[in-house]
Design a protein around this ligand. Structure first.
Ligand SMILES: C[S@@+](CC[C@H](N)C(=O)[O-])C[C@H]1O[C@@H](n2cnc3c(N)ncnc32)[C@H](O)[C@@H]1O
Length: 256
């Protein structure tokens, strides 16, 4: 049974159900400080990456986006600004993150064109072929059943629909690689302890980044889920990467 399969929670080997429980717990604990920590850890660079993500989506017209693992709404808010006729459904497994996101939306006066749903990326509570675009930003790494989540993305997209994933990846510059490793493992958990009062959550973050597949492997997995025209674009020399793909009209995942 899938829930008893072994997987990784950072560097620890745990059962699948234990990973889901622990990831949910991590984001429940850090939800209130999540946005502040993102700014501090990345010195604001995550904002530029997210802006670039939206530019690559280039949404025009009445696009309905499903933003999975949408957390506190960063992608949805940018999308709605870039696409005045668009709408977003945010789906996240964690009610604590959704609550923070709802508060932020109210603070910004965003009440229309936005829907919040609590659900799991690997068992999406939506009909087949429901959305024009699917996005997942810094979420796929946390999902217990990653391959299933990619298949679900394919299932819920309409024919011609587009898939976008923004995630930490593998640094491509030798000098930067060592520096980044030092920064990640020595400083981020300390920042987590100081700002979010949760060292363990940020230790998990850096471990999960180092366990996540590299650009080429993720590209293969996205293609195997059924997508065409799959490609990736590195950000900041590969610290993060954007993967994208298209659900060809008439394609089924089993065609691949
Ligand atoms: C690092 S945050 C990313 C939030 C937001 N997308 C962003 O870019 O700032 C990861 C999010 O993934 C959510 N998450 C983790 N596992 C999930 C799953 N299986 N299904 C849906 N959401 C999940 C967490 O609750 C959390 O909100």
């Amino acid at each position: 049974m899938e829930e008893f399969k072994q997987t990784n929670f950072g560097f620890q080997e745990v059962s699948s159900s234990e990973k889901t429980r622990r990831v949910t717990d991590v984001f429940h604990r850090v939800a209130r400080r999540y946005d502040l920590m993102n700014d501090v850890m990345s010195t604001g660079i995550h904002r530029l990456w997210k802006d670039q993500f939206i530019r690559m989506m280039n949404p025009v017209g009445e696009i309905h986006l499903l933003d999975v693992a949408g957390g506190t709404g960063d992608i949805a808010f940018r999308f709605l600004e870039a696409c005045p006729q668009g709408s977003v459904t945010i789906c996240d497994i964690n009610p604590g993150m959704i609550e923070q996101g709802r508060d932020r939306a109210l603070d910004r006066g965003i009440t229309k064109r936005l829907k919040w749903v609590c659900g799991d990326a690997s068992a999406l509570p939506f009909e087949d072929a429901s959305f024009d675009f699917y996005s997942i930003s810094f979420g796929l790494r946390n999902v217990t059943f990653r391959i299933k989540a990619l298949e679900e993305a394919f299932r819920v997209l309409k024919p011609g629909g587009q898939f976008f994933c923004l995630e930490f990846s593998k640094v491509q510059l030798p000098g930067l690689k060592e520096l980044y490793h030092f920064y990640s493992f020595s400083l981020i958990p300390r920042l987590g302890a100081w700002i979010a009062q949760d060292r363990d959550a940020y230790q998990y973050l850096v471990e999960s980044i180092s366990q996540f597949p590299d650009q080429a492997q993720l590209e293969k997995e996205v293609r195997a889920a059924g997508f065409d025209n799959v490609k990736f674009h590195n950000l900041s020399a590969g610290i993060a990467a954007i993967h994208q793909g298209i659900k060809r009209a008439g394609a089924r995942a089993s065609d691949k």
